[in-house]
Design a protein around this ligand. Sequence first.
Ligand code: HEC
Length: 125
Amino acid sequence: MIKLNQLFADVRVLLLTLSLLVLAGCDVERRKSDAELGLNPQQAAGRKLYDNYCDRCHEPYSTHGKKGPGLKGIFKNQYLPLSGLPTNDDRIIDIVKYGRAKMEGFSQVMTDEQIKDLIAYLHTL
Ligand code: HEC
């Protein structure tokens, strides 16, 4: 009986280790370098801003939602996924500056120049 318990414990440790390895593997695959993504300096600057201010609520490389909708391919679609607003620079700049519903605005946090960099990055998603 004791041996059987020990066996179950071992199997559990093994499964946990394996799932952690799989998760770590996914993470490595998901996070590409700026160079791998072919980002120019402006887009790379925008990516840093995205990491700082947007990533906690929006997935960049998935349409899967966090607190807000995933932004993968955001500029490739004619309309925004949640609000159905037309997708264009001016609309997105407004949303970033002034917010929407539960999303705060960032006009106090980022300069217009920085928001332009951010938009340049969003175009690469
Ligand atoms: C605290 C969480 C949070 C942060 C941080 C945040 N957002 Fe949002 N965002 C949301 C939520 C929630 C919505 C949905 C609002 C609504 O109900 O219309 C949203 C909506 C949006 C939309 C419109 C989507 C649609 O389909 O209408 C865009 C575009 C967007 N966010 C971009 C950004 C960008 C770019 C940043 C970084 C500057 C950012 N968000 C930061 C939570 C967040």
